[in-house]
Design a protein around this ligand. Structure first.
Ligand SMILES: [Zn+2]
Length: 74
């Protein structure tokens, strides 16, 4: 058995050692591959970017509605 792979708890399979990162958790040391870490990071950033976009869109919509109401009141 080769020692060049480490079990990835995220993918539940082994990856080459150089693709792995050691993570300290409450339950002990775990190994997770860089690819899965990056994928999780990217999807979180994408979600956050989407959330910001929606917030901006909602703000713009609220402002344009507020303007319409102001005009209607005059
Ligand atoms: Zn993995």
């Amino acid at each position: 058995m080769s020692d060049d792979t480490i079990y990835c708890y995220h993918c539940q399979r082994r990856h080459p050692k150089e693709e792995m990162r050691k993570l300290e958790t409450k339950t002990g040391t775990r190994w997770r591959c860089i690819a899965s870490i990056n994928a999780a990071k990217q999807s979180r950033e994408a979600r956050e970017a989407y959330g910001r976009q929606m917030t901006e869109a909602n703000k713009a919509e609220a402002q344009s509605k507020a303007r319409i109401i102001l005009h209607a009141g005059r």
